[in-house]
Design a protein around this ligand. Structure first.
Ligand code: AMP
Ligand code: GLY
Length: 426
């Protein structure tokens, strides 16, 4: 089977690594890929947002299946475009991807279908949004409606901060452009966060294990938000008794809601949850695999990922058994110094061939220099991933191997999967 995978992050390197293990895979192409995917596949010089270019390549290559990593091509209608051409595509249609690409849409969907989420109001006009803020009490979160690469959420400590967020998004500055013209203002919760993923063909929903990511740049969840600085699976702190509730009342409920509203949802659905004193609440839905969660989920998948994706696109997920290892997995992201602000690239990466057997380095912002050396080429550079029977052992192995990798001004968090976080709450 010929597969075209879209994206260039460590998530896509992890997907490519897992697809390569499938006996059904003949050819693998990644657009645009990175130096890591180049060792497993043919990289194509097509950007992930270039839906026309991707559709043309899929046709020319006679791809049997296209798998989209990031949300952008899904929100731009990649799957619809390929479906018209008769090419199978893993991921939701443009209409179904609105569950991520419009926070106003997903909030309405949750409220209409009784899926637990923060009470919220949606505004497309700045004076109304300001008036609402002036009339309400209690802490809020202000969210841009559209896609902002994870940057469009302001968790506000005071009404003044919320008014400032409204002004920055909806005023002349328009920090997120059209994505911030509409805002969602919602109640602010407190609690721990967990990522729930599931495969679905629109009817059957099969969960992946739970995982946790770290969004802030610095230890102790300080510093600015990033694309993700590390992840682990499974979270031992999560009460197992909540799992059926999350699966049935949140993930399955959302998939069935999309079907009942005429936008069947196929692919991976990833609800970002907060475990609050009022129970699990949805902070957002994502229409694709999480990054860096994928890097710690796929090493735990015992089944053939290509089989699972093929079952999803052919509406046969109910017939497919998906098996997971009980091992734990920890991923630590190495980033360029300065990220998510300004940083330099082009630094050679040393030590990639010295990792312990079984430890993986999934590439994100890497490139091959003219002399064949792997050099840094982006903000997040690598996710170092280790698997072991316990979280503690996986964490120790991940950090031992992080020590073997070197590039100028490398930065990583020291507290990914810190043991104190996973002391079970009795
Ligand atoms: P989102 O992109 O909607 O998941 O929001 C990004 C981050 O903002 C989440 O991971 C949370 O840390 C925080 N956040 C979002 N919504 C809320 C909320 N209602 N209460 C508290 N924190 C939130
Ligand atoms: N881990 C956060 C995301 O992929 O959106």
């Amino acid at each position: 089977m010929k597969v075209l995978l879209v994206g260039s992050g460590a998530r896509e390197h992890a997907i490519a690594w897992k697809l390569r293990q499938s006996p059904r895979l003949t050819d693998l192409f990644v657009a645009p890929g990175n130096a890591g995917t180049a060792t497993l596949a043919a990289n194509l010089d097509i950007k992930a947002a270039d839906v026309e270019g991707l559709a043309r390549a899929a046709k020319d290559l006679r791809a049997d299946l296209v798998i989209a990593g990031p949300e952008d091509p899904l929100a731009r209608g990649l799957v619809d475009r390929l479906t018209v051409q008769g090419i199978a595509a893993f991921g939701p249609s443009q209409a179904a991807a609105r569950i991520e690409s419009s926070k106003a849409f997903s909030k309405d969907l949750m409220l209409r279908h009784g899926i637990p989420t923060a009470a919220a109001a949606v505004f497309s006009n700045r004076p109304d949004a300001r008036r609402y803020m002036e009339s309400r009490a209690g802490p809020v979160v202000v969210k841009a409606d559209g896609l902002t690469a994870g940057k469009g959420v302001f968790v506000c400590d005071s009404p003044e901060e919320a008014l400032d967020a409204i002004d920055r998004m909806m005023g002349d500055e328009a920090v997120f452009g059209a994505a911030g013209r509409t805002v969602v203002i919602e109640e602010r919760f407190s609690g721990r966060e967990v990522s729930a993923h599931a495969f679905t063909d629109g009817v059957t929903v099969k969960p992946l294990p739970f995982s946790c990511d770290y969004k802030r740049a610095l230890d102790g969840n300080e510093g600015p938000n990033t694309g993700g600085m590390g992840a682990y699976s499974p979270p031992l702190w999560l009460d197992e008794a909540l799992e059926p509730f999350i699966h049935e009342r949140i993930t399955e409920a959302a998939v069935h809601a999309m079907m009942s509203e005429g936008a069947p949802y196929r692919g991976v659905l990833y609800p970002g949850l907060m475990i609050t004193p009022q129970g699990p609440q949805v902070l957002e839905f994502n229409c694709r695999f999480g990054d860096p969660e994928t890097q710690v989920l796929l090493p735990r998948l015992k089944s053939d990922l290509l089989e699972v994706c093929w079952a999803v696109v052919n509406n046969r997920l109910s017939e497919t058994e998906i098996q997971w290892s009980t091992d734990a997995c920890v991923g630590v992201v190495l980033a360029s110094g300065g990220y998510p602000g300004e940083y330099q690239t082009g630094y050679p990466i040393a030590g990639l061939s010295t990792l312990e057997p079984g430890v993986l380095a999934f590439h994100a912002g890497t490139a091959l220099a003219d002399d064949g050396a792997v050099v840094t080429a982006g903000g997040r550079v690598l996710t170092v991933v280790a698997t072991a029977p316990t979280l503690l052992a996986a964490r120790a192995a991940a950090y031992r191997n992080v020590q073997r990798l070197h590039f100028t001004r490398a930065h990583y968090r020291r507290d990914i999967a810190a043991p104190a976080e996973n002391a079970r709450v009795e």
